[in-house]
Design a protein around this ligand. Structure first.
Ligand code: MN
Length: 128
């Protein structure tokens, strides 16, 4: 069971992602803008962060820049969740510091399996 922070301003996308994480036994923390996302990452130290690219107050590249500049937070994997699909977008986002990329639209059947490789092994051990 992992604690996963979702930074996403679209309410429908937030609802879908948090529903899927919860259905697979993880817990979801929600931030609807980039500044709140960075603040929650600092206070809650989640196991993984999912971050939209286009966000109010601080965009996805700004979020990952702040997280990766902080020695206390830089080890937390941060995946960008975005519909940006132009040639070069994926490379630009990975160059900004994201550890991985999940494409929108979110595929409910594959979403959680797609992010689990980025979770620390300890949180995947089932509770006995
Ligand atoms: Mn957005």
């Amino acid at each position: 069971m992992a604690r996963i922070l979702i930074i996403e301003d679209n309410p429908a996308s937030m609802e879908l992602m948090s529903y899927l994480l919860t259905a697979f036994g993880h817990s979801a923390l929600c931030a609807f803008d980039g500044e709140r996302g960075v603040a929650l990452a600092r206070s809650e130290r989640p196991d993984l962060i999912l971050c939209d690219a286009h966000l109010p107050r601080l965009d996805g590249c700004g979020v990952v820049g702040q997280l990766k500049a902080d020695p206390q937070l830089r080890a937390i994997p941060v995946l960008v969740v975005t519909a940006l699909a132009m040639l070069g977008d994926r490379e630009r986002l990975l160059a900004a510091g994201f550890d991985g990329y999940i494409a929108k639209p979110i595929e409910p059947e594959q979403f959680v399996a797609g992010l689990e490789p980025f979770l620390p092994p300890a949180v995947l051990v089932p509770d006995l």
